[in-house]
Design a protein around this ligand. Structure first.
Ligand code: ZN
Length: 197
């Protein structure tokens, strides 16, 4: 499998869509064609994620309503893992195996804002890769949060939808305060450096 850098080298940075744009809040279509067009989309997504310094990116975040995401993200052993998952399904632990972790979460489509969100600390994510071959990720640590967050995007759910009213209000406030740092076409145009007032 190509490395994130090898993918990104063949890709072009695209604009990251923001929450409230319709493509972020609707269903996606399953991936059924695993040819050049899909591979170019994946390359563009890696280029975009690298520029935006993200750990995961779902297709709706580059305005494409297809069911796939990419990741380049550490697990709970600080091992950096990467890959592509098309048509993912997430299985979460139940009963005694279910432990919640309340780390802060953010989203490239609501940039500059972070709030704690309780999610199970491990997850199994199954789907197919860029060639249609089965993949199964046993995700822990930040990667467990990442696969849940990205799979949510593919059914039109953003993590703000999972927050309490109070946390959502704080998240939206942080986003407004950071807005001047993120041009509308970010990360095609770079992030600003002016500190928030
Ligand atoms: Zn997101």
């Amino acid at each position: 499998m190509p490395t994130p850098r090898q993918w990104a080298a063949k890709g072009k940075v695209r604009r990251v869509t923001r929450w409230n744009e319709p493509v972020m809040h609707g269903p996606t279509r399953p991936v059924t064609e695993f040819g050049d067009e899909l591979h170019q989309l994946i390359a563009d997504m890696f280029a975009t994620m690298e520029r935006a310094e993200g750990v995961g990116l779902a297709a709706p975040q580059v305005a494409v309503d297809l069911s796939l995401f990419i990741y380049h993200c550490p697990d709970d052993h600080d091992r950096l893992r990467h890959g592509v998952v098309c048509n993912p399904a997430v299985t979460l632990p139940e009963g005694n195996d279910r432990r919640l972790d309340s780390t802060e979460e953010g989203c490239l489509s609501w940039p500059g804002a972070y709030q704690p969100l309780a999610r199970p600390d491990r997850a199994i994510c199954e789907g197919v890769d860029e060639n249609g071959e089965p993949v199964r990720i046993e995700a822990t640590g930040l990667l467990a949060r990442c696969v849940q967050h990205e799979t949510d995007h593919l059914s039109g759910t953003v993590f703000g939808d999972r927050l309490s009213t109070r946390s959502r209000r704080l998240l939206d406030q942080q986003k407004r305060q950071a807005a001047h740092l993120y041009p509308d076409d970010w990360p095609i145009s770079p992030k600003g450096t002016r500190s928030a007032m």
